[in-house]
Each structure stands twice: as structure tokens, then as C-alpha cells.
Design a protein around this ligand. Structure first.
Ligand code: ADP
Ligand code: GN1
Ligand code: MG
Length: 369
């Protein structure tokens, strides 16, 4: 935190908050950006809050392109939401420009900062406490996909090239094992073997895409439960956030990443693997809810591939955590030693569970097809 205090102060100066700033503190549990909640105190009014974020330089090489994507997508979503009678100020993110009128601010160290209004009266859950809550997130992500159905995909920049290219992710793991810069590979042999044993799986969705069975669509690509804000009274999904990776992708990956993170009762970094289990009731609730919104926009083949989305997003995320551990934790934020290795292990356990329940996953999807 101290390291970026100076940059944070510069960013606080760069934006017009419309009232005196009374504090800025670290916020949320994202693994990528540096996120702060800014409190302001307008005269005679309640405190107004904002989300100020330094976009991760490790993840995003072209913040200019990234912000162009986000501004354009949020404008589009806002218009669609309005057309459907919704409240765009609550249901779509709004980019607030710095005083210089640019889409984002660059601090003296080169760090890119952006500002959003804080979406109030919402809760950001870190785990799916009930099937009803998980279903609400499924409807929200399904609706998001539906709303962007006609968005011109070819106008979007690829903010992280090969983001969900699982073959490429495995190749990067192999390279990290080979170079092993910190000598960590020896202790990760079971996890490395687990990934290598599933090399053929890494091509399943990509092959289907290359064969024309799975179309490229505008997708979110990071559909964790904590990337949707839920209404604190009704429990319904209000606003999809974390739009850094909205770009052309596969619908099954948006479905799958939600399942990876949410269809269990443990944290992503749980160290007691006996607690890490796929919950079929949660899988069922999410599948039904996601398809109730996105179903009409998807082809039968895409729907049939949904279990693969779940397994591949989980496998791929495990591969990414392991690669980052071997590389010295340069990408995902960590809070303790071996954090990325712990995260990798939960993903392996969930993949094994999905394999053990494969026929049930297919049957649940078929039920709602
Ligand atoms: P990361 O890429 O690091 O995950 P996010 O954009 O997801 O960054 O933001 C991190 C966290 O900040 C979110 O999980 C959520 O808790 C909170 N957050 C982000 N944007 C908003 C917003 N506009 N209103 C309220 N909370 C937000
Ligand atoms: C990151 O940004 P956040 O914390 O919502 C990551 C996802 C991973 C996830 C694992 C841009 O998501 O791809 O699946 O961590 N986002 C990026 O928890 O790499
Ligand atoms: Mg996030």
C-alpha cells in the first residue's frame, strides 16, 4: 500500500469529486487491480463514494485500448438498459473522466487510474451463500450476455491476448516449469502432473471453435460472483463490474468461470481440500438461471458444451495460478506465502470433482436445454 500512496495522492488530485475527499482506503477482494473506495463529504448531504482503481500494469499493457473498450461497452449497455426500462445509473458502470478530460489518469510512475461512481445499496458476495443468490448472479451474467448480443465484436480490442486460450496457458506453464526461476517446481510435481495429464482437454473448446461449433461472441471473460453487485434488499443482480476483459470469447467460458468460483462452499484459497467440493445443487441453480436469460441467444451446441466450459475454466485457472507461483507471483495479488499454490490446489480438486460427476453435469444441462 505504502508503495503506491504517492501515486494514490496524485490520482486523488487528478479527479474532480465534486466535494472534499475525506478518505481513500483499499477496497474489495479483486486479484488484479489496486482498488480504493473514496469517501467525500458534500455540504449538508450524505457522504458520496467512488471507486478509484489503478489498473494492473502486469495484466494490462494497453490501458488506453482497455478504457476505450470499457467506455464504449458501458455506453452501449446504458442505452440498452434504458431501452428496457432499467436504471442505467445503477445497472451500468459509468466512467468518470479526470479533470484533464482524458479517459483515465496516468501518475508520475506511469500507473493508469480510473474512476467510477460507487454503486450503492449493493453487496458484493465472495461465496454463493444460497442457491437463490447464485441463481440471481446467473441471471445477471446471462442478461449481460444477452444485452451485448448485437454489439459489434470486431470493434473491441483484445485487452489480454490469448486470455482464455487454454492451450497457450498450458504452454506457458510448461515454459515456467522449464525455467523454474525460483526453484519451486520440485514441490509442485503433483500439480504439474495433474495439468499435463489433461493436455488433450485443453484443446476441446478451442477445437470446437475452430470447427465452427462454438461461435465467438462478446463475453465478459471474468464472471466471478464478486464481479456482480447484488441488491442489498432484493438479492437480485444489479450491476456487472470488472469489465477489463470484455472482448470476443466463448459463451461457455462465461458460464464456466461462474461455476468454477461459485458452485462450491469454500474460498478459492481454502487449504483444507476436504472442504473443497463441487455442489451440484448450486450447479443446477446457476445453469437454470443463466439459461433463462441467455438461453435464446445461444445455439444448442453451445449449451451442450456448457459442462466443458466449467471444467476448462477451472483447469485453466489452476494452470494460471500454478504458472504464477512458479514465476514468483508476478500477476495475481497474494496475501501469504504459497497463496497461488493453495489456489491452484483448490482448482485441481474442483476439476477432479467435475470429472467424477461428469454425467450428472451433462444431465442437469440437458434438463434446461
Ligand atoms: P479486480 O480486477 O481487481 O477484481 P474489480 O473491478 O473487480 O477489480 O474491483 C474490485 C472490487 O471492488 C469488486 O469485487 C467490488 O467489491 C468493488 N467494486 C468495483 N467497482 C465497484 C463499483 N462501481 N461499486 C461498488 N463496488 C465496486
Ligand atoms: C482475476 O480480477 P479478478 O480478481 O476479478 C483474473 C481472472 C481469474 C481470477 C481468479 C484480468 O479476476 O481471470 O479467473 O482472478 N482476472 C484477470 O480468481 O486476469
Ligand atoms: Mg474483480
Amino acid at each position: 500500500m505504502e508503495v503506491i500512496q504517492k501515486a494514490l495522492n496524485e490520482a486523488l488530485d487528478a479527479f474532480d469529486f465534486g466535494a472534499p475527499v475525506v478518505g481513500a482506503i483499499r477496497f474489495g477482494q479483486g486479484h488484479i487491480n489496486d482498488t480504493f473506495v473514496v469517501h467525500t463529504q458534500p455540504e449538508n448531504l450524505c457522504c458520496r463514494r467512488f471507486i478509484l482503481q489503478r489498473m494492473s500494469p502486469a495484466a494490462f499493457k494497453r490501458p488506453d485500448q482497455l478504457m476505450e473498450n470499457i467506455i464504449s461497452v458501458t455506453d452501449y449497455l446504458g442505452r440498452e438498459i434504458e431501452k428496457n426500462g432499467g436504471d442505467r445509473s445503477r445497472e451500468a458502470l459509468e466512467v468518470l473522466r479526470p479533470k484533464n478530460g482524458e479517459p483515465f489518469f496516468v501518475d508520475s510512475e506511469g500507473g493508469p487510474w480510473r474512476l467510477y461512481p460507487f454503486v450503492e445499496h449493493t453487496i458484493c458476495y465472495q461465496s454463493a451463500e444460497t442457491p437463490a443468490l447464485f441463481a440471481a448472479s446467473g441471471r445477471a451474467f446471462g442478461r449481460f450476455q444477452k444485452l451485448l448480443r448485437d454489439y459489434p465484436a470486431d470493434t473491441l480490442y483484445e485487452t489480454i491476448p490469448n486470455f482464455h486460450n487454454t492451450e497457450d496457458r498450458l504452454a506457458k506453464l510448461k515454459a515456467a516449469v522449464e525455467s523454474d526461476p525460483l526453484g519451486r517446481a520440485a514441490e509442485c510435481q503433483p500439480e504439474i502432473r495433474f495439468m499435463l495429464d489433461r493436455e488433450a482437454d485443453c484443446s476441446v473448446a478451442l477445437d470446437a471453435m475452430r470447427e465452427g461449433k462454438l461461435p465467438l461472441r462478446v463475453t465478459h471473460n471474468d464472471t466471478k460472483l464478486n464481479n456482480v453487485l447484488m441488491d442489498d434488499k432484493t438479492g437480485e443482480g444489479v450491476c456487472i463490474i470488472d469489465l477489463d476483459t470484455v472482448m470476443p470469447g466463448l459463451s461457455i467460458n462465461d458460464f464456466g468461470d461462474s461455476i468454477r468460483f461459485g458452485a462450491n462452499h469454500c474460498a478459492e484459497d481454502e487449504t483444507d481440500l476436504t472442504k473443497v467440493n463441487l455442489d451440484l445443487e448450486l450447479f443446477d441453480a446457476y445453469t437454470r438461471a443463466f439459461l433463462s436469460e441467455a438461453g435464446d441467444a445461444l445455439t444448442g451446441e453451445e449449451i451442450a458444451f456448457l459442462p466443458w466450459g466449467a471444467k476448462l475454466m477451472t483447469l485453466e485457472c489452476g494452470i494460471r495460478f500454478l504458472t504464477d507461483y512458479l514465476s514468483g507471483d508476478v500477476y495475481f495479488h497474494i496475501a501469504r506465502e504459497k497463496h497461488n499454490l493453495d489456489r491452484c490446489r483448490t482448482q485441481c480438486k474442483l476439476v477432479s470433482d467435475m470429472e467424477a460427476h461428469w454425467d450428472e453435469l451433462k444431465a442437469i444441462v440437458a434438463k434446461y436445454h
